[in-house]
Write a protein that binds this ligand. Structure first.
Ligand code: PNW
Length: 447
């Protein structure tokens, strides 16, 4: 751990945005309340063994009922922005037809509560919780879902556009397509590479069409998308390991970045897919590449690739988090510099970065030095990229709260605030106290 390296807020530009992030399904609970429809994650949680602790999102952090408490918590942290997602099935229970006023009213309170406290609302439209009814019609592999998503984006703009500070269309399309539809370890639990490839294309297309629709509706706030990215490092210098790493980079990064910024799918991945490559209609690639204002990057770790072993083969002996993910801040610098060089990207934001550790609550304190170090190291990595000319707009910690960590249930804790799920009591971990203190010293006050 290298907590002694000098790091201060005023090493970053004064308009750099500092925040914390969550997503609806992971914190809200109230899964069946006030007219909310089921999402694919509500259904996935009912499959035996799908979630390692057998849990679900019915209560989660009960954020739906503890909104005011959580807003006060966010305010205490001295952040500029709060990144959250809107639950599509809460505001439109079947993804089509009727809108749900009670669900919309919850987000009214959230937007207004943030603005009252001087915190910028950073919205994500789709953080994986697709209305289950749309999945029953084929989900993201069905081109009609694209139209439904655009309608949803338009409604959110009409209702909240005067209060949105920034908007992400999709969070991590790779995760939805690959983990959800090809590997089946996330909702909707499908194991079909062709369906996954088609879903990825429709996610990209719906992003581009939503961006176009929001601009047409007069959206004055920045629009972007958030990708989970990870440098792919070959385990040895062998040609085989190298080729595999290049292909995995194609599947994770170039499959999304090329259509978004170069109007094409990478040829190597396309031919690797063979008959499973998606149907792409004339004009789709132009639509996907609608200009955006920022690129969001969710960064957790690098990936070490071996031609022989499965790609999640662990980095033996290297420091890892409770997810088994290697702590590798240099990978963030590498990624940001590489994207800056390879693509004409607008400003980038780190829309998620954080770590799960086994925390211990002792006398109401959690001395999560490892998490604090993780955050500091990654901020230094961002700073290093900026010194190489990369334009960065902000940094959002994943996550505000311990929460439902998808297939891991409540067993993995990413929060800088501890949640006691028995009592729903929140306790600021030392990492939150550090962030709060770090953000207290504004560069404006110092100059
Ligand atoms: C992201 N992977 O998920 C999500 O945006 C968050 O909702 C989540 O809680 C967080 O990271 C921590 O997991 C990912 O296996 C999940 O490559 C898995 C992967 C990547 C991102």
């Amino acid at each position: 751990p290298n907590s002694s390296v000098s790091l201060a807020k005023d090493h970053f530009p004064s308009d750099f945005v500092w925040g914390v992030a969550t997503s609806a399904f992971q914190i809200e609970g109230a899964a069946k309340l006030d007219g909310k429809g089921p999402s694919i994650w509500d259904e996935f949680c009912q499959i035996p063994k799908a979630i390692s602790d057998g849990s679900n999102g019915d209560v989660a952090c009960d954020h739906y009922h503890l909104l005011e408490t959580d807003l006060d918590l966010i305010e205490q942290l001295n952040v500029d922005a709060y990144r959250f997602s809107i639950s599509w099935p809460r505001v439109r229970p079947t993804g089509a037809g009727q809108w749900n006023e009670a669900g919309l009213a919850f987000y009214d309170r959230l937007f207004d509560g943030l603005l009252k406290r001087g915190i910028k609302p950073y919205v994500t439209l789709n953080h994986w919780d697709l209305p289950a009814a749309l999945q029953h019609q084929g989900g993201w592999a069905n081109r009609e879902t694209v139209e439904r998503f655009v309608e949803y984006a338009q409604l959110i703009h009409a209702r909240f556009g005067d209060r949105i500070a920034s908007l992400v269309t999709h969070n991590e399309p790779w995760v939805m397509a690959t983990l959800g539809n090809e590997l089946g370890i996330f909702a909707p639990g499908m194991k079909d590479r062709a369906i996954a490839a088609q879903a990825s294309h429709h996610l990209l297309l719906s992003h581009g069409l939503a961006v176009r629709a929001l601009r047409a509706a007069g959206a004055a706030y920045p629009l972007g998308i958030a990708l989970n990215l990870s440098p792919m490092h070959a385990v040895t210098a062998s040609a085989e390991d190298h080729a595999k790493a290049r292909l995995e980079d194609g599947k994770l990064l170039r499959w999304y970045m090329d259509p978004l910024f170069k109007k094409s799918y990478p040829a190597d991945v396309w031919s690797h897919l063979g008959a499973d490559a998606p149907t792409v209609l004339q004009g789709d690639l132009d639509l996907i590449a609608a200009p955006i204002d920022f690129l969001g990057i969710n960064y957790y770790s690098r990936t070490i690739i071996s031609a022989e072993q499965p790609w999640d083969a662990k980095s033996n002996g290297k420091p890892v988090t409770d997810m088994g993910w290697e702590i590798y801040p240099a990978g963030l610098t590498e990624l940001l510099v590489r994207i800056h060089q390879d693509y004409q990207v607008p400003t980038m934001f780190v829309t998620e970065n954080g770590a799960a550790f086994k925390d211990q609550l002792i006398n109401n304190r959690i001395h999560d030095l490892e998490r604090t170090d993780y955050l500091k190291q990654h901020l230094l990595a961002i700073h290093a990229a900026m010194q190489q000319g990369v334009n960065m707009g902000g940094y959002l910690v994943w996550s505000l709260l311990d929460n439902f960590e998808w297939a891991c249930g409540y067993e993995k804790r990413f929060g800088i605030v501890h949640v006691d799920y028995q009592t729903q009591r929140r306790t600021l971990k030392d990492s939150a106290l550090w962030y709060q203190d770090f953000l207290r010293h504004s560069s404006k006050e110092h100059s």
